[in-house]
Design a protein around this ligand. Structure first.
Ligand SMILES: Nc1nc2c(ncn2[C@@H]2O[C@H](COP(=O)(O)OP(=O)(O)O)[C@@H](O)[C@H]2O)c(=O)[nH]1
Ligand SMILES: [Mg+2]
Length: 660
């Protein structure tokens, strides 16, 4: 059975509620006050089953909205989930203010199908009816309720993301149907037209993540807490757990669906496009209110920012200024927003722009959600649009191209853009789900295709754009190279240090390291990452330099060269050479005698033996005798004698040294 939601729209007292009753037998004015005053205040609901030419049944769920200008808020809460509209115009009054406002709203919401209905046909003569018909035809020209004239330039450039009036296929015609709910005249035509139009309505995605914007909350004897709403996407089953998303309370509250009803009948599951009533366990009526949304737990995230495409109505009284505030309506939710225009200071009536909306409270929105903006005072509808991204990055300047891509892209392009914008950090499948509202099962095959085409790379459940992945690889090799330069003696950089420096996500790092290893761009040894062949080169060059340094000092005896001269003659860089010297000093192969002078251990041993031998001739030695004995100049003699003092080989006594 195909399920379609039909909404009414039109000026107060034009016969919307009477028409729904004439069609369905159900009085949608359910409130006492509505019955007393004879006016619709809040949303009303009814349903009707009609056979389709195929023999399949068509279930029409009606959402009857109030027409009075004071209750446009309530109208907005009902009209968000409709597939098809009955635009009701009384033959005796023709087009009135809320006919226009409701019709503006329908166009801004992107409603694609509908039937213009002239009601109260029994109250006018045929001539008047013909005149009104012409007037209505003129009013609807070029809109989704009328075949556009052939010279309409908008036909050439259909733009799926643009919230300007949308056009169904040009062969679609919506006849204006005159009816009388009093006499029943025209109702049969209307039923036929409903079946025809419903056949063209594309079914909503019942495989998407479920979202039920709540429009009513009440308790039912024997049942407890019940919420109702139009299921705008997905499927909700009995016994399923759901999460309540509300602006005021933090998300995370869970409820269990004890029972599901569709049009007053218990069922196992409600699917997208059905009026649904859920009996909930785990929440009382105080926890729930119109404007909240039920969705599967831990899948979606609320936001305080959304990037949108918006349009100001041509009938708006004044331009929309950057940073203006307005009432915001989307499905049953209502809040205020600040509107930050992208790259323009103000928006003239009739114009469209990209904008970032800022919400005072957390809102649950997804790309593709339509919204309406109403001015503060007087409270009238001024525009609306479509959400492009409900998880925007903080910097607005960089988002323009991204948003333009989303606006025109198919699912593949959208996913590619969403992965690409996360750069080298990538994005998880869970986040992609939350950002798009698409079920995993619909995202996964698309990702698989993109991986196969090598446009994306995947590591577990994290995905990177191919170019970001390449950049990250380069960055990692660069970090390793730099590390070797700065730490010539270290074998390589620690894995975790490298990961942190390259800012690679933990789940991606092992994959990248493996890839770089396979390409022989790096080597991984235990916990250490190094350039390939590094250890061999290191050993060869180092050993060579070390030998050279040692030999230079060993052969010099006490006539040592300046250390800087020795190092300058090596192939390796200064820092690495210095480290080798440090190691030689640590191992006591070289000995530092003064700040400038370094001697080989063997030369100093020889000196000790010379001093010991000298002692057999004299118990004391002065600087001149020392110079004679060793053949060194004064520049070397003094530091050497001081060194011998420190080593307790000699002891200073006036100008001379006692040999110990
Ligand atoms: N003569 C006549 N009166 C109608 C017809 N439809 C509605 N009405 C009357 O018009 C008034 C407003 O109708 P209602 O359905 O409440 O209008 P709504 O505000 O658009 O829902 C009521 O008094 C109805 O009885 C009709 O087809 N013929
Ligand atoms: Mg009514």
């Amino acid at each position: 059975m195909k399920s379609i939601i039909v909404g009414t729209a039109g000026h107060v007292d034009h016969g919307k509620t009477a028409l729904v009753k004439a069609l369905t037998g159900i009085d949608a004015d359910r409130l006492q006050e509505e019955k007393r005053r004879g006016i619709t205040i809040d949303l009303g609901f009814a349903h009707l089953d009609l056979p389709m030419p195929s023999g399949e049944m068509l279930r029409l769920g009606f959402v009857d909205v109030p027409g009075h200008e004071r209750f446009v808020r309530n109208m907005l809460a009902g009209v968000g989930g409709i597939d098809l509209v009955l635009l009701v115009i009384a033959a005796d009054e023709a087009i009135k203010p809320q006919t226009r406002e409701h019709f503006d709203i329908l166009q801004l919401l992107g409603v694609q199908r509908g039937i213009p209905v002239l009601t109260k046909s029994d109250t006018v003569d045929a001539e008047t009816l013909a005149v009104v018909r012409l007037e209505v035809e003129e009013f609807l020209r070029g809109t989704f309720l009328h075949p556009p004239s052939l010279d309409d330039p908008r036909l050439d450039h259909p733009n799926p993301g643009d919230p300007s009036p949308s056009h169904p296929s040009p062969d679609y015609r919506s006849k204006i149907i005159a009816v009388s709910s009093l006499t029943g005249e025209g109702l049969e035509d209307l039923r036929r037209a409903l079946v025809e139009a419903a056949a063209e309505v594309k079914p909503r995605d019942s495989a998407a993540l479920a979202r039920l914007p709540i429009d009513r909350v009440f308790t039912m004897k024997g049942f407890g807490t019940v919420v109702t709403g139009t299921l705008v996407a997905g499927t909700i089953r009995r016994e399923q757990e759901m999460e309540i998303f509300s602006g005021t309370r933090e998300a995370g509250r869970r409820v269990r669906v004890r029972g599901v009803q569709v049009h007053g009948q218990s069922t196992e599951a409600a699917v997208a496009g059905q009026r649904s009533a859920l009996n909930l366990a785990g929440a009382s009526t105080e926890d729930l209110a119109r404007g909240m949304t039920l969705a599967p737990p831990a899948m979606l995230e609320t936001t305080r920012r959304a990037d949108v495409s918006l349009r100001l109505l041509p009938s708006a009284a004044r331009p929309l200024k950057n940073r203006a505030r307005a009432h915001f309506h989307s499905f049953t939710m209502e809040t205020v927003v600040e509107i930050v225009l992208h790259g323009t200071r103000q928006l003239a009536p009739g114009e469209s722009a990209l904008a970032r909306l800022k919400f005072p409270q957390a809102a649950l929105l997804l790309p593709g959600d339509r919204f309406i903006l109403r001015q503060f005072s007087p409270v009238v509808t001024i525009g609306g649009g479509v959400v492009l991204d409900a998880a925007p990055l903080p910097r607005m300047a960089a988002t323009h191209d991204f948003l333009a891509g989303l606006k025109n892209g198919d699912a593949k392009a959208v996913l590619t853009a969403r992965v690409a914008r996360r750069g080298h950090r990538g994005i998880s499948l869970a986040r992609l789900t939350a950002e798009t509202g698409w079920a995993r099962t619909s995202i996964e095959p698309i990702l698989a295709e993109l991986l196969k085409a090598r446009l994306l790379v995947g590591f577990g459940e994290t995905f990177l754009h191919a170019s970001a992945f390449e950049a990250l690889q380069l960055q990692m090799v660069k970090r390793v190279t730099e590390f070797h330069k700065q730490n010539p003696l270290a074998e390589g950089i620690g894995k975790e240090e490298l990961r942190a420096q390259a800012d690679a996500p933990a789940e991606v790092f092992p994959g990248i390291a493996a890839q770089l290893m396979a390409e022989k761009k790096i080597e991984v040894a235990g916990d250490v990452v190094r350039l390939p062949g590094r250890s061999v080169v290191m050993k060869d060059e180092e050993a060579d330099s070390r030998n050279k340094i040692e030999a230079a000092f060993a052969s010099a005896g006490l006539q040592v060269p300046a250390l800087s001269d020795v190092l300058a003659g090596l192939k390796i860089d200064r820092a690495r050479a210095q480290k080798i010297v440090t190691l030689l000093l640590r191992d006591k192969l070289l000995v530092k005698v003064s700040d400038e002078l370094v001697f080989h251990r063997a030369a100093l041993e020889r000196l000790r033996r010379q001093i010991a031998a000298y002692k057999t001739k004299s118990a004391v030695i002065d600087v001149a005798q020392f110079k004679d004995l060793t053949g060194v100049s004064r520049k070397y003699a003094i530091p050497l004698l001081e060194f011998l003092d420190r080593e307790r080989v000699t002891r200073r006594a006036g100008d001379r040294r006692e040999i110990l």
